[in-house]
Ligand binder design. Sequence first.
Ligand code: AOS
Ligand code: ZN
Ligand code: ZN
Ligand code: ZN
Length: 424
Amino acid sequence: MQLEKYKIDQHNETLSAAHKRKFAALTADLPHAETIVKKLADFQVAIPSWALGTGGTRFARFAGGGEPRSLEEKIEDIGLLHQLNRSSGAISLHIPWDIPKNGAAIKALAAQHGIRFDAMNSNTFQDQPGQKLSYKFGSMQHVDKAVRRQAVEHNLEVIEHGVALGSQSLTVWLSDGSCFPGQLNFRKAFQNTLESLQEVYAALPATWKMFVEYKAFEPNFYSTTVGDWGQSLLYATKLGPKAYTLVDLGHHLPNANIEQIVALLLMEGKLGGFHFNDSKYGDDDLTVGSIKPYQLFLIFNELVEGMDARGMDHTTDLGWMIDASHNVKDPLEDLLQSVEAILITYAQALLVDRAALQSAQQNNDVVRAQEILQNAFRTDVRPLVAEARLRTGGALDPIQLFRDQQVREQLVKQRGLKTIATGL
Ligand code: AOS
Ligand code: ZN
Ligand code: ZN
Ligand code: ZN
């Protein structure tokens, strides 16, 4: 469903006076507020197709009602998000959960909603009905060449779907690894995986990027064959210039310094993109910014600094994607929260006084350096984010409008209460 434009206008009208007051108060002391608002307005975050239904636990699914039943309905849902916040203009698809029956029609539908296709995701971590060989003991690392071949061929098929839709990148996340010591020869597993990835890499169209996503553990609990950023960077380096490391915030061992990882990957020109989420314990895939907002800020601080140092375009030169899903929230409301958290944090990072920070670092003024970062982090930048939305035709308070318009109730009416979206 789509909202009529006048409903967004009416909503904005009712909040306008309060918004103007807050915006004026904040920008009175911010000389470059206009530049920040412009950057926020341009920033787009891709929504993963698998986050539109309730999920997020391995033990059960509790359908929330009105979940999308098809790829078309997933695109409709993201269209609605994008209407509300004007920052969700991309979708990240997963094959085989989202096989487009008619690529051209899907592309046209997405275009109608102003949505483009971000990274395509392949899946060799599950056995699909009718699949010849099993991934029980891995896919690209498998001891049997025929299994590796099957995994490669699946990825080639994913690229083909992506080409038809106008995507420009492939994300490969492998669950490959081992659960017990002795199960695997680490070196052979690495080499098999590298060889398989090389075959996929060779089939990448000239303009495409390949993202190699790493994850410390789960579903394998002793070793993972792409287990950390070092291993991912090894693969990406050996593969070539079109291969990059993808950072999923939930895929690190506890207390890892993710901001430092990001800084170094950027420095090497090997940071490809992100799966944003938040976590308390492991790969919890919680709403972005819900647990460790300061960590997210420190990551964005490195991103802005590093991208500017390399002359990169904030909007287009990295893949910005969310990877989160839950059982206990309305998935659309949750995604609105995640996108908002990303924009808030991006705005805070843009606030950092770079020249002052550099001089504090140069003078070993540790206190001053901390003050500079925390001044930015403790600034309530929400009026800047709201202003960017207002200027691009979105809603001042997307969740409020979503609720006022009873969007979920209408989706339940259209689609039914017991629908389950494909995904994990
Ligand atoms: C798995 O843990 C990874 O985060 C994947 O990026 C992602 O969740 C999966 O590919 C969804 O299918
Ligand atoms: Zn991920
Ligand atoms: Zn994750
Ligand atoms: Zn994950």
